[in-house]
Design a protein around this ligand. Structure first.
Ligand SMILES: *Cc1c(COP(=O)(O)O)cnc(C)c1O
Length: 433
């Protein structure tokens, strides 16, 4: 429990505010949607974070899921140290890149070939470019509430209509960049079908988070992913699964293995870098062969396939291949879900808990939450009180109602129980007016 105040974090934030917009290098870190100020991290080991003032927290942010093995895992740290001692970037290929690409393909067989990049944003933007290059069509279909990184075309979303042709979601994105993005509600196969009826011959690809994680966790409805596969097949469009969160998370082979739907292209990130910048996109060989230097679709990166990042990724995947890993994650996460449900009921507060494996969200509303519209009906004020109360109890949750909590290998029974105990109090705080 924080007992040491937040003086050093406050001072750090004052300095940060002067030199970085909002004091942060990525917006959600600023805590603005829950009020208050972020703590500054001094270090983290396993599932525990220590802030600059010496307060300790059980961490469910986990670098937005990247740290599934826990912070500073000895095997990952050793791999990074070994790589760092041999030089950290060359502008020439390394065996580590081949090894990571092979390890990924063994897990995700639809990725017959792949390219390593440095962020999920890059992977998604380039997968879309590649899909356009392959199909020679301009339009893409995405789902309201799905996040595919912060590139121009993917920051477009729907207005209020069921089917809206791109309105930019950010200042600085031109209507031109957003015009070819069609946005439809998640889990709404009818709306996706209507998009194909209206523009089928022009649609290059459908891009989707096979389990949504960026409007809070929203699982795919029965038949949704299969239906998208069929729509793409009939129209000659490509299906892109954005598995930047779900890859190596909901199963070793990601959501495509869990749900048995094979996309044409897949994007990965987060876990495959083991906490260093690494991401990937890949898929069918005939599509990937369109990439430069052998094909006409250009994409490049100075730090792509960075050896330290590849080493961290390889060490992480090795830990995840151990027997019983996903079963243990499921067990711990199910225990957390059950405890949270009981705690909320005990406090008389209505919540909807969506969970797929080790990713879950507690929505402060009655269920079901199946898309962005239902997610956004949550009581964000109650969530903000809950978040602050949990932080006081030493539990670090994502500072937004619309994010996933991540359970990792380092969350033991003890930490899960402490989290449930804290939640009993925090739900009561959230319920009190
Ligand atoms: C995090 C995320 C991205 C973007 O990855 P970055 O590495 O932050 O650029 C893309 N898609 C999904 C589903 C994500 O969760």
């Amino acid at each position: 429990m924080p007992q040491k105040g937040y003086g050093k974090s406050r001072a750090a934030f004052r300095r940060a505010l002067d030199v970085m917009p909002g004091g942060v290098n990525s917006p959600v870190r600023a805590f603005r949607s829950v009020g208050g100020e972020p703590f500054f991290v001094r270090k983290a080991v396993g599932c525990r974070i220590t802030d600059e003032d010496g307060n300790h927290y059980v961490d469910y942010v986990a670098s937005w899921g990247a740290m599934i093995a826990g912070h500073a895992h000895p095997a990952v740290a050793r791999a990074i140290r070994r790589a760092a001692g041999r030089g950290t970037s060359y502008g020439a290929p390394t065996l580590l890149e081949v090894e990571l690409a092979e390890a990924i393909r063994r897990a995700v067989s639809s990725m017959e070939m792949l390219r390593l990049v440095s962020s999920g944003t890059e992977a998604c933007a380039h997968a879309v470019r590649l899909a356009r290059g392959f199909t020679k069509r301009p339009k893409i279909v995405k789902f309201d509430g799905c996040y595919h990184g912060s590139s121009d075309a993917l920051l477009a979303k729907a207005g209020s209509g069921a089917l809206t042709f791109g309105l930019p979601d950010s200042a600085g994105v031109t209507e031109g960049a957003a015009r070819d993005t069609i946005t439809v509600p998640y889990n709404d196969l009818g709306a996706a079908r209507a998009a194909f009826e209206a523009a089928g011959g022009e649609i290059a690809a459908v891009i989707v988070e096979p389990v949504a994680g960026n409007m809070g966790v929203v699982p795919p409805a029965d038949g949704f992913l299969e239906g998208l596969r069929d729509l793409c097949d009939s129209a000659g469009a490509l299906l892109i699964f954005d598995e930047v969160i779900t890859g190596f998370r909901v199963s070793y082979g990601g959501a495509q293995v869990k749900y048995g739907v094979r996309p044409d292209l897949t994007t990965l990130g987060k876990i495959i870098g083991g906490g260093l910048p690494c991401a990937a996109y890949g898929g069918r060989r005939e599509i990937m062969n369109l990439l430069a230097p052998i094909g006409p679709v250009y994409q490049a990166g100075t730090l792509s396939g960075n050896p330290a990042a590849c080493a961290a990724g390889l060490a992480t995947l090795k830990l995840l291949r151990k027997k019983g890993v996903y079963g243990r994650l499921e067990e711990r996460s199910a225990a957390l879900e059950k405890g949270l449900r009981e705690a909320a009921a005990g406090a008389g507060i209505a919540v909807c808990i969506n969970r797929v494996g080790s990713m879950l969200t507690v929505f402060f509303r009655e269920g079901p939450v199946v898309d962005r519209a239902s997610a956004s009906g949550s009581d964000t004020v109650a969530f903000a009180r809950f978040h602050a109360a949990m932080l006081e109890e030493g539990i670090f949750l994502p500072p937004s109602q619309f994010e996933a909590w991540f359970v990792g290998l380092a969350h033991g029974e003890k930490e899960i129980e402490a989290t449930i105990r804290a939640a009993r109090k925090a739900f009561r705080t959230a319920a009190a007016r």
